[in-house]
Design a protein around this ligand. Structure first.
Ligand SMILES: [Zn+2]
Length: 106
């Protein structure tokens, strides 16, 4: 089981963060993370479809992905899903070498 910050400030807004005990976070059952910008709420799945835990790197990269979505939204950056995927995977790989720690095992 993992924990992360309950809330994070992006621009003038506070987003809540939920690590869900599920394998998807959306009705289509396809996404492992999502962000509701009107509710200022991010969700990240912590399980895979067979009920076993996702790896910590997968959970952490998904959270970084949702954080980048939120930064892009708040600061009106024009980004595509593919760009967000590239940025989150690339930044995650580089920043891990500096000790990036977005989640903690509890
Ligand atoms: Zn995305």
């Amino acid at each position: 089981m993992y924990k992360t910050l309950d809330t994070v400030q992006i621009g003038g807004h506070w987003y809540s963060i939920e690590l869900t005990k599920s394998c998807t976070v959306d009705d289509d059952m396809t996404n492992s993370g999502d962000t509701h910008h009107q509710k200022k709420h991010m969700r990240v799945a912590t399980l895979i479809s067979d009920g076993s835990p996702r790896t910590s790197s997968s959970i952490e990269e998904t959270l970084l992905h949702e954080l980048i979505h939120s930064v892009s939204h708040v600061y009106h950056a024009t980004t595509t899903e593919d760009q967000i995927i590239s940025l989150s995977e690339g930044l995650y790989q580089v920043l891990k070498q500096y000790g990036l720690k977005l989640i903690e095992e509890v």
